[in-house]
Write a new protein. Structure first.
Length: 476
């Protein structure tokens, strides 16, 4: 049976991207220069195994035996005797559902399935964006997804591909008026609650998808109450406050409030400011998304912009979650107000600058993204691209030098853990104190790109309206 030309193009495009991601991930594993491969899959996998045996995964020591058992280098680093286990898992109990199924399988099989789903999710999401944004070059979209998702999401075993597919599908389901797809996409996005909340608020703000939001919220509430009642209460009262506090100074944290926290501001004051900033970002994202959707006739702008602006204001934002803002950044490239500035914002968000500090092959990603961002090789464009790449790599190199100096033996020592103490929190605090300041230069590039995206969103939403055929090129 012969596939239609459009479907054949999608299969080829998504298949090529998936193959590239698999090849690059295999090369990274072979190099063995990274120390935390798939660690964000290992922890919930072990937590699910503990839950299947009727134990509490949020208690100290609950995951130790499982984590040491599945630690097979180089695919999952072995824990030394002095290393604390990374627990408790910071995710709410309802997010354990996919892992409760995977935990019944051998670790290698479960990991292969999980990675296949997430790599496939990234590839399919990129193809959906390619078809939704026809004026953008497919290579630009593919490069943005691969560069952003691979080095800080897929290699950790994160939800990256699943949630990117959810965010992308959320906008397109709203555009195509498909309530079931809208609810399914929102359910996937709920795996990252701090991104799902602003996306859902944006939908409710314009009374779009009310039924879908209600169904997903009710399902999560019922599952949490009926199946994970005591664990949900424990997560809300104990785990979430602890995770919020210690992650403010995590070296991979790129929320804006992590800057004063890293520099030593009182955590209580920073947390209060974080809540206010998050609330303001959620409201502004909904307002701007609704305005852009109305001006351009692009309904997908509502959840994409809402999720991106609200997510950027979240108090808990790691590099792997920045991937989820690519649909909004790519949409702004297509609709304006400034294609070049929107490209720079997308480039700055897509490239995981902090990872260039820790991985020697990272500059290849930066140069590749820069080349894809400037599609027309005019002399001025090439000069701008080269100058930008040199400047950004110089900043990353300086940060890498500081990171290397601080990384010398004896600087980062895992603290002794007493019975009942939270080893996970203690480890993150020690890591943040050792690496946080050294990473500020590379994290500043992500912060600047995020602020640029917010500014471009404000201009597109509330600035002078421009008549452009490009603005409606992807509308149906």
């Amino acid at each position: 049976m012969t596939l239609p030309a459009e479907r054949r193009g999608s299969v080829l495009y998504a298949g090529l991207l998936a193959a590239v991601m698999v090849a690059l991930l295999a090369a990274q594993l072979r190099a063995q220069e990274y120390t935390q491969f798939f660690i964000d899959f290992k922890v919930p996998y072990c937590a699910a195994q503990v839950m299947l045996h009727g134990a509490d995964p949020y208690r100290f020591g609950a995951l130790t035996v499982c984590e040491h058992t599945v630690a097979v280098p180089p695919y999952v680093p072995a824990l030394r005797a002095s290393d604390p286990t990374l627990e408790p898992p910071p995710i709410p109990p309802y997010e354990m559902l996919p892992f409760l199924a995977l935990a019944r399988l051998p670790f290698a099989v479960a990991l292969a399935l999980w990675m296949g789903v997430n790599i496939g999710g990234c590839a399919v999401a990129a193809d959906m964006l390619r078809r939704a944004l026809p004026t953008l070059h497919p290579a630009l979209i593919g490069m943005a997804v691969v560069v952003s998702a691979l080095p800080v999401g897929l290699d950790l075993g994160q939800f990256t591909g699943i949630v990117l597919l959810g965010v992308t599908g959320l906008g397109l389901a709203l555009r195509d008026r498909k309530p079931l797809s809208l609810a399914s996409s929102l359910a996937l996005v709920s795996l990252q609650p701090h991104v799902a909340i602003p996306a859902a608020f944006a939908l409710l703000f314009r009374r779009a998808g009310l039924v879908a939001v209600a169904w997903v919220a009710a399902a999560i509430g019922l599952i949490s109450a009926l199946f994970f009642g005591s664990l949900t209460l424990e997560w809300v009262t104990t785990v979430l406050p602890g995770a919020a506090a210690v992650n403010l100074i995590d070296a991979a944290q790129v929320s804006y409030v992590s800057l004063p926290a890293t520099l030593g501001a009182p955590l209580g004051l920073v947390l209060q400011a974080a809540r206010a900033i998050y609330a303001a970002a959620i409201v502004f994202g909904a307002l701007a998304g609704a305005r852009i959707a109305e001006r351009t006739g692009r309904p997908e702008a509502l959840p994409w912009i809402g999720a991106a602006i609200g997510g950027l204001g979240a108090p808990y934002l790691h590099l792997q979650q920045v991937t989820l803002f690519l649909p909004a950044a790519l949409l702004l490239i297509e609709i304006g107000p400034s294609r070049r500035w929107a490209l720079i914002a997308m480039y700055g968000l897509a490239v995981p600058w902090s990872e260039l500090v820790m991985q020697s092959w990272g500059p290849l990603f930066a140069l590749g993204a820069a080349a894809a961002a400037w599609q027309r090789p005019t002399p001025r464009g090439l000069l701008t691209m080269a100058g930008t790449a040199v400047l950004l790599l110089a900043i990353a190199t300086g940060a890498a030098y500081a990171f290397t100096v601080l990384r010398q033996p004896g600087v980062l020592v895992a603290p002794p853990v007493a019975p009942g103490e939270d080893a996970w929190a203690s480890f993150i605090v020690a890591q943040g104190r050792a690496y946080g300041t050294a990473m500020l230069a590379s994290r500043a590039l992500t912060w600047a790109a995020g602020l640029l995206l917010v500014a471009l969103t404000a201009v597109a939403a509330f600035g002078p309206q421009r008549n452009s055929r490009r603005a409606n090129a992807g509308a149906r």
